[in-house]
Design a protein around this ligand. Sequence first.
Ligand SMILES: [Ca+2]
Length: 481
Amino acid sequence: MKKRPNLLFILTDDQGAWAMRCAGNTDIHTPNLDRLAAQGTRFENFFCASPVCSPARASILTGCIPSQHGVHDWIRSGSLDKKALGENASHPYFASEDVPIRYLEGLVTYPDLLAQNGYTCALAGKWHLGDSVHPQHGFSHWYTIGRGGCQYMQSDVVEDGKLHFESRYITDRALEYLDNFAGQQEPFYVSVHYTAPHDPWDEDQHPKEYVEMYRNCEFTATPNEPLHPDLIPTAPSGVGEERKRLLRGYYAAVTAMDAGVGKLLDKLEEKGVAEDTLIIFTADNGMNMGHHGIWGKGNGTFPFNLFDTAVKVPFIASWRGHIAENRVTQSMCSHYDIIQTLNEVLELGAQLPEYLPGTSFASVLLENKEADNHIVILDEYGTSRMIRTREWKYIHRYPYGPHELYHLSVDPDEKVNLVQDSQYAPIQAKLLETLQKWYYTYADSAVDGTREAVTGFGQMRRAGVHSQGMPVYADSPKYQT
Ligand SMILES: [Ca+2]
């Protein structure tokens, strides 16, 4: 039997599709992502299933939408067992922790499928889906962040069930995995989950050489707008010099991560496994870095925003001799398609549950097809839902609004909300009808987002009927220090 290809899956945190040189950003330096794009296919229209960390990550792994897997906000509690933290229990990092919760319990993830097919599965970096202490879902090698997010310096890292503090570690551990697995008979799956370029964006958090690279940058590749009136404090925000300072940190984080990606690509070559490895690069969610005056992702504002800058993610796939090189595709695809796509491309032969909303985009990768994987893309964050075609985007906020309608083919920057314009009422009605039927088909009433009082300040326990009647969503800004 022929050996299946290895899988190197690289996931970044809060990187908009706009934050790559190869995607047209003339300020940012991403030589290794550009190199990966040149040796593979880059998607211009790839979407997360929800514009916030944990829900998006759960959708990547399971192919379920948040209203199925029940992770509706970034996970704020349930990563660690407070009692087992010992002297660290009083550390402000862990103020929200209590008991570990497995938010994906009972769901099939693509790493489960890989493990069942003989892959050695290894995680280096951010998990942020509850219980971070115990390897789960097919992973036999587990090196992760204690909570969800973390500082770049002195991060809380979990290995072999123990917590310790480290700096600059994710790439190093991934390189070790590649060194160890390259010669083995079984295929490997190494998932590298960077915390970059998530805040903090303070200069002392990032390598000096990359901060200096942007010292005199004017940051003209992203809009410079007054602050949005609906901002909530989930990310630092600013105008003028403060805007530049924040963008400097963000870009430095991207470029430092990019250097890590370069090392991973070099390692595959050095070990002679580059030909046999499918590489996927994406981010969990997009990001507004001053776009629309917003600083943050979907929870940069309340009510949540679903602008393209927040819901579009980078997506690059490379597999020599199988996926076209130096190609850019316009095909519209979503993170909820990944599990079907890997099942097909890697010939895993799994019978996936029929309730999954995704469709394999293997033909886009392997046969150069340009056809849309979907006519419509759906997104959700709490009670806010989005439906998007190539031409239109409609955002419906249950139950009272405000709603939004954008004519993307003439207004790609989503500046003019047409929701009150009666000439577009039939279009709006059609989009809403499609959205309602789609969520009626796929949402699980046990954890349906339209009934969840998601705040953007974090989820403390399992949602909906699993909440035991307890408060699920935090009502104060993030604890992070
Ligand atoms: Ca994120």
